[in-house]
Write a protein that binds this ligand. Structure first.
Ligand code: SF4
Ligand code: SF4
Length: 441
């Protein structure tokens, strides 16, 4: 099978490569973090809000459901530790707002986790386990595993590209849990009736590639591909273009290409739910940048950013920015109490020496942002329209199609914060359209 190229994107420049080296996780193993308390957000998914099902003072077990909704598009939340419910409180979100969360004091003694009921059909076990897209999308996986009947799916595509610079969580998971990841891929293949399993991994992860290729030998119609190190190779649309040479329809769903994509961490969680009856209570996260000892850590959901940075030996120098996610698509967090959740795959710290944020200047019409945009938008035109309050033009220029990859911002010599503006335009257009539709009813 031939690998194809996707449109737009870019290969990292030398300065980023140097930082990548500096920020690389050097330990071979994954660390296990055990906090004293966790603060678990009620809602860690895209969809209907959850309701609390425990009260203050309750003793809970790891794996016990603590918040859920009866709506289809929702994701149960489980206690990630055994302990006592201390408090229901509001904790910070990215956008300066707050969200509801449950604070749990961890028990001193270890107890066995509560397991998912036995003999559930795999797709029901996935729902029970609260699995959502762990590449960052956080869309409920049980819904994704139920594509419309008329869609014929050629391949389950396991996304191990992990193209954001500095992140290594999926890399480590693939090195150490390759069999379970592929087992999750097999289960997804069974549920949706696909023929093949294709795994895409960027070629700068040789150990992950070797482990996955070895494990794939035992599985029929399962193929592992080394992909070029090109950002955003791990975007769903870009991976489909690379492996199937098909573009996602603008007004349709990506699965209509015949490719059903899930992140390798999601596949791992599916195998854990179906075979070991474990709910989603832990995940891997990369803590790197200007911290004393960058690490990949398995942490219970609800651990705080501050606790994990301390676990990595604390800051080096004066911290300037702490980013949740990768440097391209991640969001700056301003409160170290921020709790890590299902969608948390990385924390990157930049100190004042490495945070080269310079002021933006007017657009010089160099067209670089247009060249790199993987969805063929005109970032500079949308940016100008948005800044002048012209949402109509933003809509004409299809701002809603932006995948927020950050390529345009990265290459802009005028340092214009294009991705943030285009994403804001897209969100405002979506809200306006929703409002209009509601008024028409
Ligand atoms: S952030 Fe949006 S507009 Fe900018 S390059 Fe990515 S997809 Fe295109
Ligand atoms: S990359 Fe920056 S300067 Fe160049 S056209 Fe786009 S917005 Fe203008």
């Amino acid at each position: 099978m031939k690998i194809h190229d996707f449109s737009g994107g870019f290969f990292f420049e030398p300065s980023t490569k140097q930082l990548k080296k500096l920020f690389a996780v050097k330990n071979e193993n994954v660390f296990i973090f055990e906090p004293k308390t966790v603060t678990i957000p009620f809602d860690q998914h895209i969809g209907a809000p959850n309701e609390l099902v425990v009260t203050i003072g309750d003793n809970v077990r790891q794996g016990q459901i603590i918040a859920k909704s009866s709506a289809d598009i929702s994701g149960h939340v489980h206690s990630s530790v055994s302990g006592t419910v201390l408090e229901i409180l509001e904790v910070p979100t990215f956008d300066g707002e707050t969200q509801r969360a449950i604070k749990i004091q961890c028990a001193n003694e270890k107890t066995l986790p509560e397991l998912i009921p036995a003999d559930l059909a795999p797709e029901i076990a996935v729902r029970h386990a609260g699995i959502v897209g762990l590449g960052g999308a956080t869309f409920p996986t049980h819904i994704k595993l139920d594509p419309a009947d008329h869609i014929e799916i050629e391949a389950v595509i396991l996304n191990g590209a992990e193209c954001e610079p500095f992140l290594a969580s999926d890399d480590y998971l693939m090195r150490y849990e390759s069999r379970k990841i592929l087992r999750g891929g097999e289960l997804a293949r069974q549920i949706i009736g696909a023929k093949k399993i294709l795994v895409g991994i960027e070629s700068d992860k040789p150990k992950a590639l070797a482990a996955m290729k070895k494990a794939a030998k035992a599985i029929p119609e399962c193929f592992v591909f080394a992909l070029p190190v090109k950002y955003p190779q791990g975007g769903e649309g870009q991976l489909l273009e690379t492996l199937l040479a098909k573009e996602s329809p603008i007004d349709g769903r990506s699965v209509e290409t015949g490719g059903f994509t899930i992140n390798v961490a999601t596949a791992f969680a599916i195998a854990e739910a179906v075979d070991a009856r474990k709910s989603l209570t832990h995940r891997y996260v990369t803590i790197t940048g200007d911290v004393a000892e960058p690490k990949v850590i398995s942490f219970p959901l609800g651990s705080s950013v501050g606790d994990l940075i301390d676990y990595c030996g604390g800051f080096i120098g004066t911290p300037s920015r702490v980013i949740h996610g990768g440097p391209m698509m991640g969001k700056t967090i301003t409160n170290l109490d921020f709790p890590l959740a299902k969608g948390s795959n990385g924390i990157i710290v930049f100190n004042q020496e490495h945070d080269g944020k310079l002021p933006e200047s007017p657009c010089i019409r160099c067209n670089r942002c247009v060249t790199v945009c993987p969805v063929r938008l005109e970032p500079q035109s949308i940016d100008l329209a948005y800044r002048s309050g012209d949402l109509f033009t933003c809509d004409q220029l299809m701002a809603e199609e932006c995948i927020n990859c950050g390529c345009c911002t990265y290459v802009c010599p005028a340092r214009r914060d294009l991705a943030a503006k285009i994403s804001a335009a897209g969100n405002e257009i979506k809200s306006l359209k929703k409002e209009l539709a509601a008024n028409e009813k």
